[in-house]
Design a protein around this ligand. Structure first.
Ligand SMILES: NC(=O)C1=CN([C@@H]2O[C@H](COP(=O)(O)OP(=O)(O)OC[C@H]3O[C@@H](n4cnc5c(N)ncnc54)[C@H](OP(=O)(O)O)[C@@H]3O)[C@@H](O)[C@H]2O)C=CC1
Ligand SMILES: CC(C)(CO)C(=O)C(=O)O
Length: 318
């Protein structure tokens, strides 16, 4: 007996930019990682996954433990959901199928309350967690992922059998620990709601403006009018978060502007969805924060106008 603890088996549900990037990093760190794919299954089964990373260099994973059906996957201790929030309800059967008893299901997604619609379709024994990914990554082609910058993951507990704070905290730490073991900066978040609101301070302005103005971060930051829009939208998100009882650290918006200014030119994931005529994550990123703020008497008129404009575009695009 060596006393060594076996590494958990990890399943990636939705191997796109996020699922592919974090799955590859975990596989490279020695984890047993199984990837569920849909349209790119054949390409990845034949040619593997490739990562072109400005941070980690070029990586190839070949062969890949790739699956086109969850029934073929082994029971996984951790399931990382990397699909868009628009497919969460549809993914429940695959998650149930691939989950080991007491598995931890971590949604690596943007937006507010994205766990709720999935949670009600999952067995009580499964732990559901949320993860906020601070990263610039996109799919360049089937099984080919480009990573431009950053990479940190903030993990928080949503719901499940861990009834008290110490056991929840231990599971969140376990999740953050997976990423750290793979060389990725990860933080445990005491309050998932607060963490989700905080991430929206970036996503609400930039995701939507990239579609509405057809512009990536560098021109959005360079132009006085779009920059004014960004800062006023950020202020509204913070107003909504505060009204809902979530404190955003002082100076946070300014810090995000500086980070964005230093980032390479970046098209947010919503723009890629628009370009490929996929549904936009409007419910998660706009409708739910607006509804939550409205429920406590807080109107967010700029975000509301943005949401209605994006809804119009989305209906005509898909
Ligand atoms: N990209 C980024 O830099 C960041 C993204 N995020 C968030 O991360 C989440 C994921 O985004 P991203 O990785 O960019 O999205 P992608 O579109 O790159 O990836 C989504 C993947 O999920 C797959 N998928 C969807 N439904 C199923 C299904 N039923 N079965 C199997 N696979 C499925 C898609 O397959 P198919 O090709 O068949 O559609 C695709 O491979 C989003 O919530 C986004 O907002 C957060 C921070 C940064
Ligand atoms: C660009 C970045 C890093 C902003 O936090 C991001 O995580 C996103 O696109 O959602």
């Amino acid at each position: 007996m060596t006393g060594a603890v076996a590494k958990p088996t990890i399943g990636i549900i939705g191997t796109g930019a996020i699922g592919g990037f974090y799955g590859m990093m975990l596989a490279q760190a020695g984890y047993d990682v199984h990837f569920l794919l849909r349209s790119e299954f054949r390409a990845v089964a034949e040619r593997g996954l490739q990562l072109h990373s400005a941070v980690h260099g070029a990586l190839t994973l070949n062969p890949v433990q790739a699956y086109s059906a969850a029934e073929d996957m082994p029971p996984c201790d951790w399931l990382l959901v990397g699909a868009k929030t628009t497919s969460n309800r549809d993914l429940a059967p695959a998650i149930v199928q691939a989950a080991a008893p007491n598995a931890r299901v971590l949604l690596l997604q943007n937006g507010l309350d994205v766990e709720d619609s999935l949670r009600e379709l999952l067995p009580d024994a499964l732990h559901v967690l949320g993860g906020l990914c601070y990263i610039c990554v996109h799919r360049q082609g089937p099984g080919v992922i480009t990573h431009q910058a950053l990479g940190a993951v903030h993990v928080g507990y949503h719901s499940g059998p861990a009834a008290d704070d110490p056991s929840r905290a231990a599971i969140v730490e376990e999740g953050a620990g997976l990423f750290r073991a793979a060389g990725i900066d990860a933080q445990a978040m005491a309050n998932l709601h607060q963490a989700r609101w905080q991430k929206l301070v970036w996503n609400i302005p930039y995701n939507g403006l990239s579609v509405l103005l057809g512009a990536s971060t560098t021109p959005l930051m360079a132009d006085a009018d779009s920059r004014e829009l960004i800062t006023s939208l950020m202020a509204e998100v913070i107003q909504g978060a505060t009204a809902c009882g979530h404190e955003v650290p002082a100076g946070y918006a300014e810090q995000l502007l500086q980070v964005t200014q230093r980032m390479p030119d970046y098209w947010p994931s919503m723009y890629h969805d628009f370009l490929h005529k996929r549904p936009l994550e409007l419910e998660a990123i706009y409708a739910r924060p607006l509804a939550a703020a409205k429920a406590v008497g807080c109107e967010l008129p700029r975000i509301e106008a943005m949401y209605r404009s994006l809804s119009f575009i989305d209906r005509r695009n898909t």
